[in-house]
Design a protein around this ligand. Sequence first.
Ligand code: SIN
Length: 481
Amino acid sequence: MNEVKTKNYRMSINGEWIGEGLDLLEVVNPANGQIVGTVPNGGEREAAQAIEAAHHAFLTWSQTTAYERAGYLKRLHQLMLDNQEELAQLMTMEMGKPINESRGEVNYAASFIEWFAEEGKRVYGETIPSHAGSKRLQVWKKPVGVVAAITPWNFPAAMLTRKIGPALAAGCTVIMKPSGESPLSAVKLMELCEEAGFPKGVVNLVTGSSSKIAKAIMDDARVRKITFTGSTEVGKILIRQSAEQVKRLSLELGGHAPLIVLDDANVDLAVKGVMASKFRNAGQTCICANRIYVQAGIYNDFVEKFAEAVKKLQVGNGASEEVDIGPLINQAGLDKVNHHVQDALSKGAAVVTGGEPITKDGGVFFAPTVIKDVDQSMVVMQEETFGPVAPVQKIASEAEAVKLANDTPYGLAAYVFTENVARGTRVIEQLNFGIVGWNDGAPSAAQVPFGGMKESGIGREGGHEGIDAFVESQYVSIGME
Ligand code: SIN
């Protein structure tokens, strides 16, 4: 691995930047293998310090008004926009996302802070008609307490803000635990939180060993809520661990999104949609189209136009303005993608374009790929690929599309392309997915509920539902005699 000038970043607990003397974790740019920075390898001790700080700060933060909290969040939102370029460059450097996508992610991330700054003002309680003249029945809303936000490498800014935005707006204090692969965006966000003036201990950042930090968080009863984005495998471990103290959980887990193109679809629109969905972040997105079902009547036309569009994608270091497809996150990611393609080819699929790893400047790239004539026996149609590979399967009917789409333990996102309103409505009503794009390959936004059915998760982030996860209902019965 080549070493370039690196910066030693720190973690922040109770308003102090700490980490001196701890082992360091290297952050590697997957586009060229260079070490771009280090963060302290924190563990149980640092997690415990952060919990103590967040617990202490909760006593006063939870007593502030929603309007005061909105003031801090709006300052943070503006600071994120003001620092868009620095945040974007850092993101591209630490995990390879093409720079234009990174700029887009910063805006997307900031939009959650803005949305929840306002939404915090609408955490309404209830007055319920009483069964007795001598009683008044009310529901009050209370912040759930100290929240641990555990986030993945693929959206290093947006997954944090989608969690801490509603938590802070609701009156909770937070501990951010970013992925070891891409912690630098989180460090910058922490700096901006400091600049926005959040009181000490309200926002804390712990970097380091996921297992040690998670253990401390799960063992400490003062942490009342875990909000996690990551694999279904880890999500299940958190469910088991949270049982001990009945901690609140929000989980945004794996996906395996079907994208259905029916005979009456506008093929150009479908190609545009699948390009937007499949190749976002080089296919490393939980809601990426992972398996594409195209009805027989337009199969050939679709495959041809789709492959034409894919051939135009530029692969390379995301720092270049021209690049559309950056690297995979690491060698293991690349190996998995390659395995999916090789398995499909060995079982009878055919490459239309791409199909191979690309060796370039020490980075881990995979050519944007379309494979056709795939079927359900192939791993690529059974598991999340997390790479720039689009397998296309020919289907006979709408009924077959629905059956195949639902034939998975996952239920995060699905896409349907049809110009027929009745057909689209009918298909979507049968799809067991939390998010559906109808003639739309990019459904995400701050004001809508994001989350999955079945093994894709618990709860929803974003939208007005996104703040519910951070408040408890307290029923108060008032005797009037
Ligand atoms: C994800 O991959 O989990 C996030 C995608 C999104 O928010 O659109």
